[in-house]
Design a binder for this molecule. Sequence first.
Ligand code: ZN
Length: 191
Amino acid sequence: MPAGFPDFRLGSVLATSFTATLTERQGDAVERIPTPHRLVDWLAVNGLAVDSCTTAQLDLARELRESIHAAATAAAIQDALPASAVHVINDCSIQGRAAAILTPEGKRRWRLSSASCVEDALSVIAADAISIIAGERDGKLALCASPTCKAAFFDTSQSRTRKWCDMNTCGNRQKKARFHAKQRKNPRSVE
Ligand SMILES: [Zn+2]
């Protein structure tokens, strides 16, 4: 990983891992794909390797990302889906060409039409977003309880009561904040 760039938050759901390339949307936002090269890195980590990426392709990726975020947020609060976001997601889904490939080990891989086609990779992400927003998969869209985050995430916990987009970051920070607040109120209590 090149030094100086924020690292990636990797989840198990492609579409929301992608929206998590911009974090702390309601606070001091952190852009985790600040350059075309970082989008190439992110795609490689997520099984969608491409050779190159232009600035225009990065712009398109970010437009898709924000559209998925808007649509997933609306779905999480059972609001009407924003038409412009739906349009961008559908456009990205239609424009790319990618094929699901079954490996001899029984795993699924994606094969893109060409190694430089970021649009192909984006179509896979758009289709993933469609499947969770449409409620096709086992889980529920929810919003992170952190006030500086509020990221839409896909809750696959059995009880569907997950509160944070990411336990290691948002979840931990909330826990620490609560602990310190408690300590201030009752300085002698030891936990
Ligand atoms: Zn969060």
